[in-house]
Design a binder for this molecule. Structure first.
Ligand code: GLA
Length: 334
């Protein structure tokens, strides 16, 4: 890492921590970049239910422990992601026990599994993880219902499952900051549903401290006004706001396949402008924004290389595939 490149997280010390989502492999291949520029980490996958409890009662914490050790060694914050989600969660959670193959779990059984899972995972990282994404992506994309209808958590436990999840997490680690995390968080309809859902939870006394705006954004969407209005809407609930999964795709959602092997100059310019505008807004809301995490660290590794188009290279970060700062890096420096 060149000495002349200022540290991104140091530059942001007066504002908020700067995070990256990481895997066991990225802790090795992106090590120097991570240590120099980031002071917060999130597990890209290795703390999800399918990673830590693939089989009921058998916990596999190896990769998550490696991550926690790395964060401690380098004095970085650690966000926990995620405890209760409709995706990347083994089927056994939702199935009836032995002798009832094919059946659906009774609500009491599913709730007990939720409690055991949260107790074990939050308990293991008490004092190491300072903030948990307790529930991920529970809200409906289209309405009219508030909650998505394809979550087996909701189908079996009803809407109360969110309240239980926050209560279990708080009981296990009363000092941890507890977040609800979701995407399309700046789209008006979804934002209204998220706000209504959070209001309901807060009215019932749920121990919830923040909203995580995932921030999987594009070069032109969501519009800056929507980002601003959304931060304000979530903060108006009395919650802190974190940007938890930021990346700026080079493609429109509808773009289709591409065989580009490098970003065009136009793409890089548009991304630089966009990053500058977005971080100016984040700095403006420093009173309510308590963290900004990218969903990766540099352009050599991003889930967007395979989503929504498999094998379409994308360059969503402010460091390139060789870990060198892009123009967008300069433009986000305060
Ligand atoms: C969602 C989840 C993350 C991750 C990303 C894409 O936003 O919250 O855990 O799966 O999608 O990789």
């Amino acid at each position: 890492m060149s000495e002349t490149v200022p540290s991104l997280c140091q530059a942001y010390n007066p504002y908020f921590p700067i995070g990256a989502a990481v895997s066991p492999r990225s802790l090795e291949v992106q090590r120097d970049l991570l240590v120099h520029h980031y002071n917060s980490l999130t597990a890209e996958n290795c703390m999800k239910p399918e990673s830590v409890q693939r089989v009921e009662g058998i916990f596999t914490f190896g990769d998550a422990d490696t991550l926690a050790d790395f964060a401690r060694e380098h004095r970085m914050k650690l966000r926990g992601h995620t405890l209760v989600w409709h995706s990347q969660t083994p089927d056994w959670f939702f199935e009836a026990g032995e002798g009832n193959d094919g059946g659906v779990a009774e609500p009491e059984a599913l709730l007990a599994r939720m409690e055991a899972h949260i107790g074990a995972v939050v308990g293991r990282y008490r004092g190491a993880v300072y903030a948990w994404d307790v529930v991920n992506e529970a809200v409906s994309d289209s309405g009219p219902e508030l909650l998505r209808t394809n979550s087996r958590w909701g189908a079996i436990l009803g809407d109360d499952y969110l309240l239980h999840a926050f209560q279990f997490a708080h009981a296990t680690d009363p000092a941890a900051l507890l977040f609800y995390n979701d995407y399309n968080e700046c789209e008006t309809g979804k934002r209204d549903r998220i706000v209504a859902m959070l209001k309901g939870l807060l009215a019932r006394g749920a121990p919830i401290h923040g909203f995580g705006m995932q921030g999987h954004w594009g070069l032109s969407s969501p519009p800056l006004d929507s980002i601003r209005a959304s931060i304000e809407a979530y903060a108006a609930l009395g919650l802190m706001v974190q940007v938890t999964e930021l990346d700026i795709s080079m493609y429109e959602w509808s773009h289709g396949p591409s065989d580009l092997t490098e970003p065009t100059a136009e793409m890089l310019d548009a991304q630089t402008k966009r990053y500058g505008e977005i971080f100016a807004i984040f700095r403006e809301y420093r009173d309510v924004i308590t963290g900004v995490t990218f969903w990766g660290a540099s352009d050599d590794h991003t889930w967007l290389d395979n989503f929504p188009e498999k094998g379409r290279k994308n360059w969503p970060f402010v460091f390139d595939t060789e870990h060198r700062p892009k123009k967008s890096f300069r433009t986000i420096l305060p």
